[in-house]
Design a binder for this molecule. Structure first.
Ligand code: ATP
Ligand code: MG
Length: 397
């Protein structure tokens, strides 16, 4: 998953058991470092608040409630191991410091003496390793137009990768998604169930919401009706993909062809955007428009992989024409293989289960290489100055 800089801002902090004087000192110390809440939380409410907000740092009033502060730390050490806990005391006292450290407090500070250290700890928490954690790769597939095989390729790509990796296939083609019927699965939670809870989503919640296909692909479906999705916030989509990228090595997202807020965010954070077209004039023309839209959305050409599906030797538009007209190297082609693809659809199987050696199965196996190819090795053709012979259809001249 690409880091789009959301986590690099100020640290979020929760304050527990502080009186107004301590609050004032903390506020003064951290004004430039952190997003501070207006009030301090009582010990009794602390776990619930911290569970809901999962901040970077918690600052706990120590001296006047030592037992409650120790009990809270013991609990948090288990439930939120990445949380930075700071004990704020009235005076330094070596046995109190020792007790706090044993319970899991990272720092024991007395203000204003330790102001610089508190600032440092909070500053570092905003850039803590949790943000740089090994994240899975996000691959977004989008079609030049409907029906070019975006879902077929998303499903099969996921199935190929699932042989050796942990893979999540997510259907973001809201209301039109056909991952579930193509994989012959139904039930469980969909994207619509997770998005409203995205701000408190964790890996456990996600992995218990997915369905596991026999290929070992974990699947998060989309509901059939747009209505049950409700308004979608880009932030929620970001959180969902972020959690997915922590839980899985590969997150394959079927984005369909309609660009809404969710798809725009997905494309933004995707490491690779696979643009699927077929070798006919209307698809290539629509692919051309897509490339332009992707450009407007800020998706660099280096991240786009053009895949020509249903390719056959007698295709009306040649590979060279597709490439020069779109100004994109063709990363892969997948053979037009109606017989085996249809049989797979009819029998609720994936293509390699129907015939491991057929043209489509072979090409799909090769598709994986497209994703692992070093972008440095990819030569990007310049769009023809004249616009190529299809350009009259593209409205470029
Ligand atoms: N390589 C192929 N050879 C033959 N038929 C194919 C191939 N790829 C896809 N198809 C067929 O094309 C049809 C459309 O495929 P698919 O549903 O994957 O497309 P899509 O782009 O996701 O469509 P939608 O716009 O409805 O989401 C299906 O009937 C599928 O079986
Ligand atoms: Mg589809």
């Amino acid at each position: 998953m690409r880091n789009i800089g959301r986590s690099a801002g100020a640290a979020s902090v929760v304050l527990v058991g502080l009186d107004s004087e301590s609050m004032g000192m903390v506020r003064e110390t951290l004004a430039a470092e952190a997003v501070l809440p207006n009030s301090s939380v009582a010990f009794g409410d602390a776990l619930a608040v911290l569970d809901r907000t999962t901040p970077d740092v918690v600052i706990v009033g120590y001296t006047r409630a030592v037992e409650a502060a120790l009990a809270l730390a013991e609990e948090l050490r288990r439930s939120q191991p990445a949380l930075v806990m700071v004990a704020l005391a009235d005076a330094p006292d070596s046995s109190a410091i020792l007790g706090a450290m044993r319970a899991g407090y990272k720092e024991f500070v007395v203000l204003p003496d330790d102001a610089a250290r508190l600032r440092q700890v909070v500053h570092e928490a905003a850039f803590r390793p949790a943000d740089d954690e090994e994240k899975g790769r996000v691959v977004a597939l989008t079609g030049a137009k409907g029906g070019v095989g975006t879902t077929t390729l998303a499903v099969h790509l996921a199935a190929e990768l699932a042989g050796i990796h942990r893979v999540l296939l997510m259907d973001m083609d809201f209301g039109m998604g056909d991952v579930a019927p193509m994989m012959d699965i139904s039930g469980r939670d969909s994207v619509a169930d997770l998005l409203p809870r995205a701000d408190r989503l964790d890996e456990r919640m996600l992995t218990s919401a997915v369905m596991v296909h026999r290929t070992k692909v974990n699947v998060l479906t989309t509901p059939d009706d747009m209505e049950s999705i409700g308004p979608v916030r880009a932030d929620d989509v970001y959180n969902l993909i972020s959690v997915a990228a922590k839980a899985y090595q590969w997150v394959i997202v079927d984005c369909g062809t309609y660009y809404d807020e969710a798809v725009a965010m997905t494309l933004n954070v995707a490491d690779t955007v696979v643009l699927v077209t077929t070798p006919d004039v209307t698809s290539v023309r629509d692919a051309f428009r897509r490339v332009r839209t992707l450009n407007v959305l800020g998706i660099e050409r280096e991240r786009i992989r053009l895949v020509v599906n249903r390719y056959h030797k007698a295709a009306y538009v040649s590979k060279k024409d597709i490439s020069t007209n779109l100004g994109l190297h063709i990363a892969a082609t997948v053979a037009d293989d109606g017989r085996h693809v249809e049989q797979a659809v009819n029998e609720g199987k994936i293509i390699r289960e129907v015939n491991r050696r057929c043209d489509a199965a072979r090409d799909i196996a090769n598709l994986v290489a497209v994703l692992t190819e070093d972008p440095e090795d990819i030569e990007i053709p310049e769009p023809e100055a004249s616009g190529g012979w299809l350009s009259g259809l593209f409205g470029r001249r």
